[in-house]
Design a protein around this ligand. Structure first.
Ligand SMILES: [Zn+2]
Length: 390
């Protein structure tokens, strides 16, 4: 056991306050951690002694960001597709097949190296927990391999065999669903905490409401928690399905009807709406009304959706800046959604806040205040704090 006292904190944001003060901002504060847990939070003048000390020289300290939606297990490059989209071509989900081909062709060692580099890139920008999905394998062996590699880096792994119908099953959707809900699920479940489905009836590559229900019910029977990609490209059944089945999260929520919002309000204790503004940025699409959702009482999270097609950004600070500039959140609301909100979407209370008993996941800002995350977009202010080895 090695305890460390962190002092010199210019502004401590615990995200563990209550009511209007839920950001829990403290000045002249110190934090003591013991191995991987926070054991004390309070006034620097009263901080107990510890084995080690770190003086952060006036920087702000916030909870490590929780990125609850990523697709980090892939090979290949789709920057040309991005350029084409910026030149006016429409996105319909079809480019995923390009990543599937490249990912299948990569060997295990190369794929693990790529994922490790991406996780390090997230951490260097302040993210301390990341959820990682499969979904670029789409065969039994390739999906299991993706989850096995993802599990080396996070406990939050998600089976996304129902990402798209792969080219080899284009004329046999039912056959692919039989595979995903049968042998593929059985092989993948030991390596996954969650199951997800790309529910988007408007895309010929993704799945409609009935197909998505089949995938989610099979996953639930296999003991997995539920997540849904829904209502991204247009109106659809994703949100209603997620709420009905008690999913932990429905992600994108770009195109919502009043009935969808009402359902999310009623389900706020169970189902979080995870917004992915990097996707709207990178596909030049209208942003969801995050401020309206929060005002209505929806549980809102922010994540990157880091993936090779529709948002190749691993930066939670960038998502916070977008949420403030483009979706109407205050800097405080955006930071809360990127920490506590995302943790809630993973049904976790040990991350996303700085409190006694929580994980010692702290992020330093080269700034005096959390306001700088949105005030100085694109500036590399945030990094995860590395603690002395136990
Ligand atoms: Zn996604």
């Amino acid at each position: 056991m090695t305890s460390t006292v962190i002092t010199g904190i210019g502004e401590l944001v615990t995200c563990d306050g209550t009511g209007a003060e839920r950001l829990g901002v403290q000045h002249d504060a110190a934090v003591v951690v013991d191995d991987d847990r926070v054991v004390w939070v309070g006034s620097a003048a009263q901080a107990p002694a510890a084995d080690e000390a770190i003086d952060v020289a006036g920087r702000a300290v916030v909870p490590g960001f929780v990125d609850s939606h990523s697709h980090l297990v892939y090979a290949g490059d789709r920057s040309a597709e991005f350029a084409a989209r910026m030149a006016g071509e429409a996105y319909d989900g079809g480019g995923i097949g390009v990543s599937v081909t490249a990912t299948r062709a990569a060997d295990d060692q190369e794929l693990a190296r790529l994922v490790g580099a991406r996780v390090a890139e997230l951490r260097a920008q302040g993210t301390t927990t990341v959820e990682i999905k499969s979904g670029y394998g789409l065969t039994v062996d390739d999906e299991v391999r993706a989850l096995r590699i993802a599990r080396e880096f996070t406990a939050e792994t998600t089976f996304l065999g129902a990402h798209v119908v792969p080219a080899d099953y284009q004329d046999d959707r039912d056959g692919y669903l039989d595979l995903v809900t049968g042998p593929m699920l059985a092989a993948a479940a030991p390596y996954a905490r969650w199951i997800d489905v790309f529910c988007e009836p408007g895309s010929p590559h993704a799945f409609d409401g009935d197909e998505s229900r089949r995938v989610l019910l099979a996953g639930r029977s296999a003991g997995l928690g539920l997540r849904v990609h829904g209502n991204q490209l247009g109106p659809g059944p994703g949100v209603q399905l997620a709420v009905e089945l008690g999913a932990a999260s429905v992600d994108h929520c770009t195109s919502l009807s009043p009935a969808d919002v009402a359902a999310l309000v009623d389900a706020a204790e169970v189902t979080t709406a995870t917004l992915l503004p990097g996707v709207e940025f990178s596909t030049r699409s209208p942003y969801p009304d995050a401020a309206g959702l929060l005002a209505a009482g929806v549980s809102v999270a922010l994540a990157t959706d880091c993936n090779p097609g529709t948002c190749n950004s691993s930066s939670m600070p960038f998502m916070i800046a977008l949420a403030v500039r483009e979706m109407g959140l205050t800097p405080a609301q955006a930071l809360y959604a990127a920490t506590v909100g995302s943790a809630r979407s993973l049904r976790r209370t040990d991350i996303g806040r700085i409190a006694v008993g929580a994980r010692a996941d702290l992020t330093l800002l080269d700034a005096p205040s959390h306001l700088h995350l949105a005030y100085r977009p694109g500036v590399p202010l945030a990094r995860a704090l590395d603690l002395p080895a136990p």
